[in-house]
Structure formats: C-alpha cells, structure tokens
Write a protein that binds this ligand. Structure first.
Ligand code: C2E
Ligand code: MG
Ligand code: MG
Ligand code: MG
Length: 288
C-alpha cells in the first residue's frame, strides 16, 4: 500500500510538474506573441504633491491587452517575463512609449514634473541599457530630469557591481532614481546611503495601518525623518482613504499615490484625467 501510495504521489508530482512547465512555456509563448503583436499598453497613475495637493507626476504601469483575456495586470506576467528574460524587451517598449508620450506633453507644454518608470533587475544589468536610453533621448528630445526610474531592492541582489554602475550612469545621464517598495526587503536602511537615489517609495504595507497603529505610525515617521535628513523625498504608495492621507500629511510625507487619488488608466487627454482625478485643486494645464 505504501508503495502504491508512493507511486500515486509520484504520478501526481509529475502531473503537477508537467502542468507547471506547460503553463510556463505556454505563458512565455503567449508573451512572445504579445510582444510581436504589440499587445502591451501603458497606464498612468497620479502622484500628488502632498502639501499643495496638486498633480506632481505619474507612474507608468504596463498592462497586457491579451486578445482573449483582456487587460492583464503585471502581477500575472512580469514574474514569468523576468524569469524568461522577456521583461527586457517589454521594458524597452514601455520606456520608448513613455518617452514618446513625454515628447508630446513637452511640445504641448503639458509635461508633468516627472514620469516614473519601473526597471527590473534584468533591465538594470542589460549591458547597453544606458546607450539604449541615450539613443532614445536623441530620438525623443525630452528632459531626462523629468524621468525617474524605480528600482527595487531585489534588483540589487545579484550582480551588485554591474547594477550600481548602471545606477550611477543613469544619474550621470540626468535621470532620477527612486527605491520602490521600500521596507519590504531585507536591509532597506542599508541602501539609503549606498544608492544614488532621490526618493523612496514607502510600501503600501506601512500605509495600511499608519492611522490605526501607534507603532506603525512611529516607524513611518522615523523613516520619513531619516529620509529627509539624507536629502531624500518620500512617496507613500497605496493611499486609499482620506484618513491615511491626513495621517501621512501630518507626518510630512512629500508625495502620495493610491486609489484615493486615482487608479492607473490609459491616457487620452489631461481634461479627462483631471476630471476623474477630481481632487486636483489645480491642474497641470493651469500651471504647475
Ligand atoms: P509598483 O511599481 O509598486 O506599482 C504600484 C502598484 O500598486 C500598481 O500595481 C498599482 O496599480 C498598485 N496600486 C496603486 N495604488 C494602489 C492602492 O491605493 N491600492 C492598491 N491595492 N494598489 C494600488 P500594478 O499596476 O498591478 O503593478 C504591479 C507591479 O508590477 C508594480 O508595482 C511593478 O513592480 C510592476 N510593473 C508594472 N509595470 C511595470 C513595467 O513597466 N516594468 C516593470 N519592470 N515592472 C512593472
Ligand atoms: Mg513602481
Ligand atoms: Mg511600489
Ligand atoms: Mg508595490
């Protein structure tokens, strides 16, 4: 019986493995078609200047318009795309799309203060990434100071030397850098003075409880104060309620992002955006 069980388990194990492998291969195949057929789109989410309550910037977030499965969120394909390396192609597409959009905004004098773009670990160790961006800057003449790249701590885990070099080169090129999902990694504080960053993005997990739990509030306050002492600005991610927004403002958080202000959406024109993001007391169009 034991043997039989063992055998059964063995069969189940194999089936799971096969279906995992099949799913993975199927997914990366689909992603490949997705890239070839240009099925990706960029959504933008507002980032608010906490003090003035006006739009400061936007974060570019990719969506996959799969022909059958509709808009798919990044959580459902970025992990596979990172594993397969396809993330590099997707990111390069996102960056070009964003630069092109920024050029249009610049020409119409509608450019927000900054647009942030996520870069993965694979993207950062891509050898010609700085050259790639330099070429794009010649193609779309925009101010690199209005582009911010968001990186995560996990991106720093492998090939730290190469990654650090890329980050310093990005700074030399005039881009800004932010440390994303701050506080979720292993040694977040350690990175604050080691990386050439301009901002940190406080992860949503801190924001969830900031107005309810005294200890969490104290921690957020300490992180904000420390960041300010080091010359860094702080963005709160995942702000969903008015009371969170108030608590963060009291703690002197510099920027806010979250559903309370607006969900990520495709860009048509600022009028539509600013109507939906009705919190904006002044619009980018009325001078920032
Ligand atoms: P992230 O960079 O930390 O982006 C913030 C995520 O939080 C976004 O999810 C956004 O929609 C979501 N979010 C914003 N406000 C709220 C809120 O108030 N409540 C809740 N519950 N969620 C909120 P999204 O768009 O699904 O993206 C997930 C992650 O996928 C991003 O996390 C980022 O790490 C990655 N990602 C997205 N676009 C790209 C890209 O172009 N390249 C790379 N490498 N990664 C990307
Ligand atoms: Mg991000
Ligand atoms: Mg984040
Ligand atoms: Mg996050």
């Amino acid at each position: 019986c034991a043997k039989r069980n063992g055998k059964d388990q063995c069969v189940i194990y194999h089936e799971e493995m096969e279906s995992y492998a099949y799913n993975y291969i199927d997914k990366i195949q689909q992603i490949r078609y997705g890239i070839e057929n240009q099925e990706f789109r960029v959504y933008y989410q507002p980032i608010i200047d906490a003090e003035k309550t006006i739009l400061s910037g936007v974060e570019a977030l990719v969506r996959w318009y799969h022909p059958y499965d509709g808009p798919i969120s990044p959580g459902q394909f970025i992990p596979e795309a990172e594993q397969s390396g396809q993330i590099v192609q997707i990111e390069k597409w996102v960056v070009e799309e964003v630069f092109q959009q920024c050029q249009k905004w610049t020409e119409k004098e509608e450019m927000p203060t900054y647009v942030s773009i996520n870069l993965s670990a694979k993207g950062l160790i891509e050898k010609n990434i700085n050259q790639f961006l330099e070429n794009l800057l010649s193609k779309y003449p925009i101010d690199p100071g209005s582009i911010e790249f968001e990186i995560t701590e996990t991106a720093l885990l492998d090939q730290i030397d190469q990654t650090l070099k890329t980050l310093h080169d990005l700074k030399k090129q005039g881009f800004r850098l932010a440390l994303d999902d701050f506080g979720t990694g292993y040694s977040s504080l350690n990175y604050l003075n080691r990386l050439p960053i301009d901002r940190i993005k406080l992860d949503k997990c801190f924001i969830n409880t900031v107005e309810e739990q005294e200890k969490d509030r104290m921690m957020v306050e300490a992180i904000i104060q420390l960041s300010h002492k080091m010359g860094l600005k702080v963005v709160a991610e995942g702000v969903e309620t008015e009371s969170q927004q108030k608590a963060l403002k009291n703690l002197k958080c510099d920027f806010m992002q979250g559903y309370y202000y607006g969900k990520p959406q495709p860009f048509n024109n600022w009028e539509t955006y600013l109507t939906q993001w009705s919190f904006c007391l002044q619009s980018v169009l009325n001078g920032h």
